[in-house]
Design a protein around this ligand. Structure first.
Ligand SMILES: N[C@@H](CCC(=O)N[C@@H](CS)C(=O)NCC(=O)O)C(=O)O
Length: 376
Protein backbone atom coordinates (compact mmCIF):
# COMPACT_ATOMS: atom_id res chain seq x y z
CA UNK A 1 0.00 0.00 0.00
CA UNK A 2 1.55 3.31 -1.05
CA UNK A 3 1.42 5.96 1.65
CA UNK A 4 1.27 9.66 1.19
CA UNK A 5 4.86 10.87 1.54
CA UNK A 6 4.14 12.90 4.68
CA UNK A 7 2.11 10.12 6.25
CA UNK A 8 5.01 7.68 6.10
CA UNK A 9 6.63 6.93 9.42
CA UNK A 10 10.40 7.24 9.33
CA UNK A 11 11.49 6.37 12.87
CA UNK A 12 13.86 3.49 12.43
CA UNK A 13 12.03 2.40 9.30
CA UNK A 14 13.23 2.10 5.77
CA UNK A 15 11.48 4.29 3.23
CA UNK A 16 11.15 2.95 -0.30
CA UNK A 17 10.63 5.54 -3.01
CA UNK A 18 8.90 3.31 -5.54
CA UNK A 19 5.56 2.39 -7.05
CA UNK A 20 2.91 -0.24 -6.47
CA UNK A 21 3.14 -1.36 -10.11
CA UNK A 22 6.93 -1.55 -10.33
CA UNK A 23 8.90 -4.70 -11.07
CA UNK A 24 11.88 -3.87 -8.91
CA UNK A 25 9.88 -2.24 -6.12
CA UNK A 26 7.93 -5.50 -5.89
CA UNK A 27 11.13 -7.54 -5.77
CA UNK A 28 12.48 -5.41 -2.93
CA UNK A 29 9.20 -5.48 -1.02
CA UNK A 30 9.10 -9.28 -1.19
CA UNK A 31 12.60 -9.40 0.27
CA UNK A 32 11.91 -6.93 3.10
CA UNK A 33 8.63 -8.65 3.99
CA UNK A 34 10.35 -12.03 4.17
CA UNK A 35 13.16 -10.64 6.33
CA UNK A 36 10.57 -8.77 8.42
CA UNK A 37 12.36 -5.46 7.98
CA UNK A 38 9.72 -2.73 8.42
CA UNK A 39 9.38 -0.25 5.57
CA UNK A 40 7.08 2.38 4.15
CA UNK A 41 6.44 2.74 0.44
CA UNK A 42 6.13 6.31 -0.85
CA UNK A 43 5.63 7.40 -4.47
CA UNK A 44 8.97 7.63 -6.28
CA UNK A 45 8.54 10.98 -8.01
CA UNK A 46 11.04 11.18 -10.91
CA UNK A 47 12.53 14.57 -9.91
CA UNK A 48 13.08 13.51 -6.27
CA UNK A 49 14.48 10.14 -7.24
CA UNK A 50 16.91 11.65 -9.72
CA UNK A 51 18.06 14.18 -7.15
CA UNK A 52 18.87 11.53 -4.55
CA UNK A 53 19.89 8.59 -6.69
CA UNK A 54 21.39 10.12 -9.82
CA UNK A 55 19.01 8.28 -12.13
CA UNK A 56 15.26 8.41 -12.72
CA UNK A 57 14.84 4.84 -11.64
CA UNK A 58 12.87 3.14 -8.87
CA UNK A 59 13.07 1.83 -6.24
CA UNK A 60 15.41 4.03 -4.26
CA UNK A 61 15.78 3.29 -0.57
CA UNK A 62 16.07 6.00 2.05
CA UNK A 63 17.68 4.60 5.17
CA UNK A 64 16.66 5.82 8.63
CA UNK A 65 19.94 7.81 8.78
CA UNK A 66 18.92 9.75 5.65
CA UNK A 67 21.31 8.02 3.23
CA UNK A 68 20.00 6.79 -0.12
CA UNK A 69 20.84 3.49 -1.80
CA UNK A 70 20.06 2.27 -5.32
CA UNK A 71 19.74 -0.91 -7.38
CA UNK A 72 17.97 -3.88 -5.83
CA UNK A 73 20.78 -6.40 -6.40
CA UNK A 74 23.41 -4.57 -4.30
CA UNK A 75 20.66 -3.26 -1.98
CA UNK A 76 19.73 -6.84 -1.09
CA UNK A 77 23.41 -7.79 -0.66
CA UNK A 78 23.80 -4.88 1.75
CA UNK A 79 20.69 -5.81 3.77
CA UNK A 80 21.92 -9.40 3.97
CA UNK A 81 25.05 -8.16 5.76
CA UNK A 82 23.07 -5.89 8.06
CA UNK A 83 20.43 -8.56 8.81
CA UNK A 84 22.25 -11.88 8.66
CA UNK A 85 19.43 -13.95 10.23
CA UNK A 86 17.47 -16.15 7.81
CA UNK A 87 19.87 -15.54 4.91
CA UNK A 88 18.44 -15.73 1.39
CA UNK A 89 21.74 -16.97 0.03
CA UNK A 90 22.31 -20.70 0.56
CA UNK A 91 25.44 -21.70 2.47
CA UNK A 92 26.42 -24.08 -0.32
CA UNK A 93 28.51 -21.83 -2.62
CA UNK A 94 27.35 -23.63 -5.77
CA UNK A 95 23.69 -23.17 -4.85
CA UNK A 96 24.41 -19.52 -3.99
CA UNK A 97 25.99 -18.98 -7.41
CA UNK A 98 23.00 -20.58 -9.15
CA UNK A 99 20.67 -18.31 -7.15
CA UNK A 100 22.61 -15.24 -8.32
CA UNK A 101 22.42 -16.41 -11.91
CA UNK A 102 18.65 -16.94 -11.66
CA UNK A 103 18.27 -13.50 -10.05
CA UNK A 104 20.15 -11.88 -12.94
CA UNK A 105 18.05 -13.69 -15.55
CA UNK A 106 14.86 -12.67 -13.75
CA UNK A 107 15.99 -9.04 -13.41
CA UNK A 108 17.32 -8.54 -16.90
CA UNK A 109 15.97 -11.16 -19.33
CA UNK A 110 12.35 -11.49 -18.17
CA UNK A 111 12.14 -7.67 -18.20
CA UNK A 112 11.45 -7.63 -21.97
CA UNK A 113 8.43 -10.01 -21.93
CA UNK A 114 7.12 -8.23 -18.83
CA UNK A 115 7.22 -4.86 -20.61
CA UNK A 116 5.85 -6.35 -23.82
CA UNK A 117 2.76 -7.83 -22.15
CA UNK A 118 2.17 -4.60 -20.21
CA UNK A 119 2.51 -2.14 -23.10
CA UNK A 120 1.53 -4.13 -26.23
CA UNK A 121 -1.89 -5.35 -25.10
CA UNK A 122 -4.81 -2.91 -24.99
CA UNK A 123 -6.38 -3.88 -21.68
CA UNK A 124 -3.03 -3.90 -19.92
CA UNK A 125 -1.70 -0.63 -21.30
CA UNK A 126 -4.86 1.31 -20.46
CA UNK A 127 -5.10 -0.08 -16.93
CA UNK A 128 -1.43 0.50 -16.19
CA UNK A 129 -1.10 3.97 -17.66
CA UNK A 130 -4.07 4.99 -15.48
CA UNK A 131 -2.39 3.61 -12.34
CA UNK A 132 0.96 5.22 -13.12
CA UNK A 133 -0.55 8.63 -13.77
CA UNK A 134 -2.57 8.51 -10.53
CA UNK A 135 0.28 7.34 -8.37
CA UNK A 136 3.35 9.07 -9.73
CA UNK A 137 2.33 12.22 -11.55
CA UNK A 138 -0.36 14.04 -9.53
CA UNK A 139 1.79 17.20 -9.39
CA UNK A 140 2.32 17.46 -13.14
CA UNK A 141 -0.18 20.06 -14.42
CA UNK A 142 -1.19 18.30 -17.64
CA UNK A 143 -4.61 16.67 -18.31
CA UNK A 144 -4.60 13.05 -17.12
CA UNK A 145 -5.75 11.75 -20.49
CA UNK A 146 -2.71 13.31 -22.16
CA UNK A 147 -0.35 12.01 -19.48
CA UNK A 148 -1.72 8.51 -19.94
CA UNK A 149 -1.27 8.73 -23.71
CA UNK A 150 2.30 10.01 -23.38
CA UNK A 151 3.24 7.29 -20.90
CA UNK A 152 1.90 4.55 -23.18
CA UNK A 153 3.84 5.97 -26.13
CA UNK A 154 7.05 6.31 -24.13
CA UNK A 155 7.00 2.88 -22.59
CA UNK A 156 6.24 1.20 -25.91
CA UNK A 157 8.96 3.15 -27.71
CA UNK A 158 11.73 2.54 -25.15
CA UNK A 159 10.93 -0.85 -23.70
CA UNK A 160 9.11 -2.75 -26.46
CA UNK A 161 9.64 -1.62 -30.07
CA UNK A 162 12.93 0.02 -29.04
CA UNK A 163 14.09 -3.16 -27.30
CA UNK A 164 13.89 -5.57 -30.20
CA UNK A 165 10.24 -6.65 -29.98
CA UNK A 166 8.79 -6.85 -33.50
CA UNK A 167 6.78 -9.28 -35.62
CA UNK A 168 9.80 -11.56 -35.97
CA UNK A 169 10.66 -11.77 -32.27
CA UNK A 170 7.25 -11.44 -30.61
CA UNK A 171 6.58 -15.21 -30.45
CA UNK A 172 9.99 -15.71 -28.85
CA UNK A 173 9.45 -12.88 -26.37
CA UNK A 174 6.16 -14.42 -25.27
CA UNK A 175 7.76 -17.86 -25.38
CA UNK A 176 10.32 -16.75 -22.77
CA UNK A 177 7.46 -16.14 -20.35
CA UNK A 178 5.65 -19.36 -21.23
CA UNK A 179 8.81 -21.45 -20.87
CA UNK A 180 9.55 -19.84 -17.49
CA UNK A 181 6.05 -20.79 -16.34
CA UNK A 182 6.46 -24.39 -17.50
CA UNK A 183 9.90 -24.83 -15.94
CA UNK A 184 8.80 -23.33 -12.63
CA UNK A 185 5.64 -25.45 -12.59
CA UNK A 186 7.81 -28.57 -12.82
CA UNK A 187 9.92 -27.32 -9.88
CA UNK A 188 6.95 -26.35 -7.68
CA UNK A 189 5.39 -29.76 -8.28
CA UNK A 190 8.24 -31.08 -6.10
CA UNK A 191 8.89 -28.37 -3.51
CA UNK A 192 7.59 -25.05 -2.19
CA UNK A 193 10.41 -22.77 -3.38
CA UNK A 194 13.08 -22.90 -6.08
CA UNK A 195 15.80 -24.59 -4.00
CA UNK A 196 13.82 -26.12 -1.15
CA UNK A 197 11.34 -25.40 1.59
CA UNK A 198 12.26 -21.78 2.17
CA UNK A 199 12.81 -18.84 -0.15
CA UNK A 200 16.24 -17.95 -1.49
CA UNK A 201 17.52 -15.15 -3.68
CA UNK A 202 16.30 -17.17 -6.69
CA UNK A 203 12.69 -16.82 -5.48
CA UNK A 204 13.16 -13.15 -4.57
CA UNK A 205 14.62 -12.38 -8.02
CA UNK A 206 11.89 -14.27 -9.89
CA UNK A 207 9.25 -12.33 -7.99
CA UNK A 208 10.41 -9.16 -9.83
CA UNK A 209 8.68 -10.13 -13.08
CA UNK A 210 6.24 -12.61 -11.59
CA UNK A 211 4.63 -10.34 -8.97
CA UNK A 212 3.89 -6.88 -10.30
CA UNK A 213 3.80 -7.78 -13.98
CA UNK A 214 2.95 -11.39 -14.77
CA UNK A 215 0.59 -12.10 -11.88
CA UNK A 216 -1.03 -8.64 -11.76
CA UNK A 217 -1.25 -7.37 -15.36
CA UNK A 218 -4.46 -8.75 -16.92
CA UNK A 219 -3.09 -10.59 -19.98
CA UNK A 220 -0.13 -12.48 -18.46
CA UNK A 221 -2.09 -13.06 -15.21
CA UNK A 222 -4.83 -14.89 -17.12
CA UNK A 223 -2.15 -17.01 -18.80
CA UNK A 224 -0.49 -17.79 -15.46
CA UNK A 225 -3.74 -18.85 -13.81
CA UNK A 226 -4.68 -21.07 -16.71
CA UNK A 227 -1.34 -22.57 -17.64
CA UNK A 228 0.63 -22.55 -14.40
CA UNK A 229 -1.54 -22.52 -11.28
CA UNK A 230 1.44 -23.81 -9.25
CA UNK A 231 3.31 -20.60 -10.11
CA UNK A 232 0.26 -18.53 -9.22
CA UNK A 233 0.20 -20.31 -5.85
CA UNK A 234 3.95 -19.74 -5.36
CA UNK A 235 3.54 -15.99 -6.00
CA UNK A 236 1.04 -15.83 -3.12
CA UNK A 237 3.25 -18.08 -0.97
CA UNK A 238 6.24 -15.80 -1.56
CA UNK A 239 4.27 -12.64 -0.82
CA UNK A 240 3.14 -14.20 2.44
CA UNK A 241 6.49 -15.75 3.43
CA UNK A 242 8.01 -14.56 6.70
CA UNK A 243 11.35 -15.88 7.91
CA UNK A 244 10.06 -16.32 11.49
CA UNK A 245 7.05 -18.39 10.39
CA UNK A 246 8.75 -20.92 8.18
CA UNK A 247 8.32 -24.61 8.62
CA UNK A 248 11.42 -26.52 9.56
CA UNK A 249 12.09 -27.79 6.03
CA UNK A 250 15.46 -26.86 4.60
CA UNK A 251 17.05 -26.61 1.19
CA UNK A 252 17.71 -29.54 -1.10
CA UNK A 253 21.25 -30.88 -1.41
CA UNK A 254 23.25 -29.61 -4.37
CA UNK A 255 21.61 -28.50 -7.60
CA UNK A 256 18.71 -30.84 -8.44
CA UNK A 257 18.32 -32.00 -12.03
CA UNK A 258 14.95 -30.25 -12.35
CA UNK A 259 16.80 -26.91 -12.25
CA UNK A 260 18.86 -27.80 -15.29
CA UNK A 261 16.23 -26.92 -17.95
CA UNK A 262 16.08 -23.46 -16.36
CA UNK A 263 19.88 -23.18 -16.44
CA UNK A 264 19.91 -24.19 -20.11
CA UNK A 265 17.28 -21.56 -20.85
CA UNK A 266 19.37 -18.96 -19.00
CA UNK A 267 22.49 -19.93 -20.96
CA UNK A 268 20.75 -19.88 -24.35
CA UNK A 269 18.92 -16.60 -23.74
CA UNK A 270 20.19 -14.31 -21.01
CA UNK A 271 23.88 -15.17 -21.09
CA UNK A 272 24.02 -15.15 -24.90
CA UNK A 273 22.43 -11.72 -24.76
CA UNK A 274 24.79 -10.45 -22.02
CA UNK A 275 27.76 -11.63 -24.03
CA UNK A 276 26.57 -9.92 -27.26
CA UNK A 277 25.82 -6.77 -25.24
CA UNK A 278 29.35 -6.72 -23.79
CA UNK A 279 30.87 -7.17 -27.27
CA UNK A 280 28.76 -4.27 -28.59
CA UNK A 281 29.83 -2.16 -25.61
CA UNK A 282 33.49 -2.83 -26.34
CA UNK A 283 33.01 -1.85 -29.96
CA UNK A 284 31.30 1.37 -28.91
CA UNK A 285 28.05 0.44 -30.70
CA UNK A 286 24.85 2.03 -29.38
CA UNK A 287 22.73 -0.84 -30.70
CA UNK A 288 23.37 -4.37 -31.85
CA UNK A 289 21.69 -7.36 -33.53
CA UNK A 290 21.66 -10.75 -31.86
CA UNK A 291 20.07 -14.10 -32.60
CA UNK A 292 18.67 -15.79 -29.50
CA UNK A 293 17.44 -19.37 -29.86
CA UNK A 294 17.02 -18.56 -33.56
CA UNK A 295 14.96 -15.39 -32.99
CA UNK A 296 16.49 -12.39 -34.79
CA UNK A 297 16.56 -9.49 -32.30
CA UNK A 298 17.44 -6.33 -34.22
CA UNK A 299 18.89 -3.05 -32.97
CA UNK A 300 18.59 -3.68 -29.26
CA UNK A 301 20.18 -0.93 -27.17
CA UNK A 302 23.62 -1.53 -25.69
CA UNK A 303 23.37 -1.43 -21.90
CA UNK A 304 26.34 -0.39 -19.81
CA UNK A 305 24.56 -1.59 -16.67
CA UNK A 306 24.30 -5.09 -18.13
CA UNK A 307 28.01 -5.14 -18.91
CA UNK A 308 28.40 -4.61 -15.19
CA UNK A 309 25.96 -7.49 -14.54
CA UNK A 310 28.22 -9.80 -16.55
CA UNK A 311 31.26 -8.57 -14.61
CA UNK A 312 29.47 -9.27 -11.34
CA UNK A 313 28.59 -12.84 -12.37
CA UNK A 314 32.21 -13.48 -13.34
CA UNK A 315 33.38 -12.09 -10.01
CA UNK A 316 30.99 -14.37 -8.16
CA UNK A 317 32.34 -17.32 -10.10
CA UNK A 318 35.93 -16.29 -9.35
CA UNK A 319 35.08 -16.13 -5.63
CA UNK A 320 33.95 -19.78 -5.52
CA UNK A 321 36.13 -22.16 -3.54
CA UNK A 322 38.09 -24.54 -5.79
CA UNK A 323 35.89 -27.63 -5.48
CA UNK A 324 32.66 -25.65 -5.95
CA UNK A 325 34.22 -23.90 -8.97
CA UNK A 326 34.99 -27.24 -10.61
CA UNK A 327 31.46 -28.47 -9.96
CA UNK A 328 29.98 -25.16 -11.16
CA UNK A 329 32.01 -25.30 -14.34
CA UNK A 330 30.72 -28.80 -15.12
CA UNK A 331 27.14 -27.73 -14.51
CA UNK A 332 27.48 -24.55 -16.57
CA UNK A 333 29.18 -26.37 -19.45
CA UNK A 334 26.48 -29.02 -19.51
CA UNK A 335 23.74 -26.37 -19.63
CA UNK A 336 25.03 -23.92 -22.29
CA UNK A 337 26.07 -21.29 -19.73
CA UNK A 338 29.85 -21.57 -19.75
CA UNK A 339 30.87 -20.16 -23.16
CA UNK A 340 28.66 -17.06 -23.12
CA UNK A 341 29.70 -16.31 -19.53
CA UNK A 342 33.30 -15.82 -20.70
CA UNK A 343 32.83 -14.09 -24.06
CA UNK A 344 34.31 -11.57 -24.64
CA UNK A 345 37.38 -12.35 -22.55
CA UNK A 346 37.70 -8.85 -21.10
CA UNK A 347 34.76 -6.76 -19.93
CA UNK A 348 34.99 -3.31 -18.40
CA UNK A 349 31.81 -1.36 -17.73
CA UNK A 350 33.69 1.12 -15.56
CA UNK A 351 30.62 1.22 -13.31
CA UNK A 352 31.35 1.22 -9.58
CA UNK A 353 35.09 0.43 -9.84
CA UNK A 354 35.53 0.77 -6.05
CA UNK A 355 32.73 -1.67 -5.18
CA UNK A 356 30.70 0.92 -3.27
CA UNK A 357 27.26 -0.19 -4.55
CA UNK A 358 24.53 0.28 -3.35
CA UNK A 359 26.01 3.60 -2.16
CA UNK A 360 26.58 4.84 -5.71
CA UNK A 361 24.57 6.70 -8.31
CA UNK A 362 22.09 4.46 -10.08
CA UNK A 363 22.78 3.50 -13.67
CA UNK A 364 19.74 3.40 -15.95
CA UNK A 365 19.46 0.00 -17.51
CA UNK A 366 18.23 0.51 -21.04
CA UNK A 367 18.80 4.00 -22.21
CA UNK A 368 21.59 4.48 -24.71
CA UNK A 369 22.01 7.82 -22.96
CA UNK A 370 23.10 5.90 -19.88
CA UNK A 371 25.51 3.89 -21.99
CA UNK A 372 27.16 6.52 -24.13
CA UNK A 373 27.07 9.66 -22.07
CA UNK A 374 29.17 8.23 -19.30
CA UNK A 375 31.78 6.42 -21.33
CA UNK A 376 35.22 7.64 -20.47
N1 LIG B 1 18.72 -2.52 -11.63
C1 LIG B 1 17.72 -1.65 -11.05
C2 LIG B 1 16.59 -1.46 -12.07
C3 LIG B 1 15.50 -0.51 -11.60
C4 LIG B 1 14.53 -0.19 -12.73
O1 LIG B 1 14.84 -0.35 -13.93
N2 LIG B 1 13.36 0.26 -12.33
C5 LIG B 1 12.34 0.63 -13.32
C6 LIG B 1 10.95 0.51 -12.73
S1 LIG B 1 10.58 -1.11 -12.15
C7 LIG B 1 12.52 2.07 -13.68
O2 LIG B 1 12.59 2.92 -12.82
N3 LIG B 1 12.63 2.37 -14.97
C8 LIG B 1 12.88 3.70 -15.43
C9 LIG B 1 11.96 4.13 -16.52
O3 LIG B 1 10.87 3.58 -16.66
O4 LIG B 1 12.34 5.07 -17.21
C10 LIG B 1 17.21 -2.26 -9.76
O5 LIG B 1 17.37 -3.47 -9.56
O6 LIG B 1 16.75 -1.51 -8.89
Amino acid sequence: MVKDRDEAVTDGRVRIHGASISYFTGKLEVYLRYKEIPYDLVPGRPDQVRKHAGAAQIPVVELPNGRFITDTTPIINWFEEEHPDAPVLPEDPLQAFVCRLIEDYADEWLWRPAMHYRWSYDVDKHALSRKIVRELTPDIPVPAVLKRFLIRQRQLRIFVTGDGVDQATRPHVEGSYLRALDMLSAIFARRSFVVGEHPTLADVGLMGPMLRHFSHDPTPAAIMQDRAPAVWEWVARMWNAKASKLSSGGLVTGVPSDLEPLLTEIGETHLEYLSANAIAWQRGDDRFDVSIQGAPYRRVPTSRYRVWCLEQLRKRFADLPESAAAEARGLLEKNCCWDPLWQPEEVASGHDPDGRAPFVEGLEVLTARGARARRG
